[in-house]
Write a protein that binds this ligand. Structure first.
Ligand SMILES: [Zn+2]
Ligand SMILES: [Zn+2]
Length: 327
């Protein structure tokens, strides 16, 4: 038994999280789509947060040294890429049903090991009805139409209710997000330490701002995360910024710009105790939409616009595919 056996380390009082970026973009190019792995420092196995690009991201991360625990020797009979995929990823959380958040999981499914897939009722329904249905792909799940191959246990999470997530040693609570008429979600991940030492991390699926979406979903989430910050539990978050400033509301399709994210974070600051309360909070910016226009660099533009407007003192992080980061 590889990886599970020799590598579990003892509980550490300052356990945080490790995040590996398998894919960071929002659509357009298929090799680098939204997917992150998260692991508690006291555990060996990861939970995947979305699965737009999986195997290409694992290759990149291995090349960058982001999985030092994996070698050709301890991967046998699998390749290191196969060992990470089959043995280190213990479960998936899928934020919503869009292709750029789950394509990597679908195409790699014939070689995956048995594991659960978590999501809201909506997301699980989309996987069952529109992907694992023997029409677009064989049914690798344990429910739905036709023969059930059973690789994946499709598990719907009830909003606001805590659930254990596979063998990752993590638990999570899912909250609804509004994404241009599509139902998306945020997962608040906790490591299962003694409750007074519990630490949390927030992963946001695609979302628009409350005003544009005519929604209160983000407002409700800021109240939850405000409390996490007051209790010194929140270690960081991953949230989208799909487009640079200046995209008209009608063309946002349920996404954020730097100005809209900064406006929403102002509401989080309010909920977390007012001015200065977000200082140093680590925020990974995800889901930037690449441009095919010559000379355009939306990534650089978004980075500059976020830093220019950063009067909150938060720490914006721009992970590239294959990078790993401690929280
Ligand atoms: Zn997306
Ligand atoms: Zn989406």
């Amino acid at each position: 038994m590889f990886l599970g056996a020799g590598l579990g380390y003892a509980f550490s009082a300052n356990a945080g999280f490790k995040v590996v970026a398998l894919g960071v973009n929002g659509g357009v190019e298929e090799g680098n789509l939204t997917s992150y792995l998260i692991r508690s420092d006291s555990q060996t196995r990861y939970l995947a947060l979305d699965a737009g690009s999986v195997l290409p991201g694992i290759s990149k991360a291995l090349a960058k040294g982001s999985f030092p625990e994996v070698t050709a020797q301890n991967s046998a009979p699998f390749t290191p890429q196969g060992a990470v995929f089959r043995q280190l990823i213990s479960a998936y959380f899928i934020s919503h049903g869009h292709l750029d958040h789950l394509a990597g999981l679908i195409v790699a499914s014939p070689q995956d090991s048995k594991k659960p897939i978590y999501g809201t009722n909506d997301t699980i329904d989309i996987l069952r009805q529109h992907y694992f249905n023997w029409r677009v792909w064989p049914n690798f799940s344990d429910s739905g139409s036709g023969q059930r191959i059973g690789t994946y246990r499709l598990t719907a999470l009830r909003p606001g209710q805590r659930a254990s997530l596979g063998t990752s040693g993590l638990s999570g609570v899912v909250y609804p997000l509004s994404h241009g008429g599509v139902s998306s979600s945020m997962l608040l991940v906790s490591n299962e330490l003694a409750s007074q030492q519990q630490e949390t991390f927030a992963f946001f699926g695609d979302t628009g701002a409350d005003k544009q979406e005519k929604s209160r979903d983000l407002g409700a989430i800021w109240r939850v995360l405000g409390e996490e910050i007051k209790q010194h539990r929140l270690k960081g978050m991953i949230i989208e910024t799909s487009f640079p400033n200046g995209v008209p509301d009608a063309q946002l399709f349920g996404h954020l710009t730097p100005a809209l994210l900064l406006g929403e974070l102002k509401n989080l600051e309010q909920a977390a105790g007012g001015a200065g309360s977000l200082k140093g909070l680590k925020i990974v910016i995800s889901h930037i939409k690449p441009s095919l226009m010559a000379g355009a660099d939306p990534r650089a533009e978004i980075m500059r616009q976020l830093e220019e407007g950063n009067r909150l003192g938060v720490h914006f992080i721009f992970m590239q595919q294959g990078d790993s980061q401690a929280f």
